[in-house]
Design a protein around this ligand. Sequence first.
Ligand code: SAM
Length: 284
Amino acid sequence: MQIWFTEDQTDHLRISVRVRQVLRHERSPYQELMVLDTHEFGRMLVLDDVIQTTERDEFTYHEMMAHVPLFAHPQPRRVLVIGGGDGGVLREVLRHPTVEAAHLAEIDRRVVEAARECLPGIHNFDDPRAQVFFTDGIRHVEEHPDTYDVIIVDSTDPVGPAVALFDEPFHRAVFRALRDGGIFVQQSESPFFNQELIRRVQASLRRVFPVSGLYWGVVPTYPGGFWTYSIATKGPDPSRPDEERWQQAGLVTRYYTPAVHRAAFILPPFVAALVERAGASSPR
Ligand code: SAM
């Protein structure tokens, strides 16, 4: 007998993955949680029937979420990840020798527990510089003014507790939580299927930050495979990686390089139009 997991990526588009074994299936106070062992993508975290991360393609997303803001910042010491309970973005942040403190604000304790038990290759929660707070990320930023050099939102899609993470009041709280020269990035969904959301986030960032922009990457298990990241800064040009620090760090990566970093800010015209229509300032 074959077992298949199907995600409704839109009302009219589905992706199906053949499952070898269901490793965990439970209802947390916030969402339905599954860890599946799949033939094509290895182990996979699924929340409310939406694929969050997989062993096979997680590096593409986690490297672009962490290394673009951290190499664009001149000296990132204190970093906050909101959401990201699988630990993948935090793991990449912790690879930067400049980082002294890496905090994770995840609303759902059970996601972190599931990652610890079932996804050992994805996280590095036991690094002494890492600290996990089980709290709403919005509350966490409101309570920590002038604290972080980089804030990264690795959230679920804009439903439930993640809705407000895409809104202007949250972006204003993030601005206050960032130190001088701080950088903010959040995953902002597909340029094919979520155009209105991208326009809205870009317009909000433009109102709150002096510099804002959009970059892209490939994540095979996300709808369309073509993914966007919205970025904003208190000054630094986010499209320019610090090549010297990259050389010194000696990171072995599978997706990110400084050349990929710069190229990710070059947008196909249909994506650039989303940014322009939102009136967002260009980082170049
Ligand atoms: N990379 C994934 C994606 O793009 O679909 C997201 C991975 S991560 C597991 C998403 C996490 O965000 C979930 O564990 C969820 O509990 C968390 N989350 C959602 N809203 C949140 C909020 N307001 N504060 C903190 N964490 C939140």
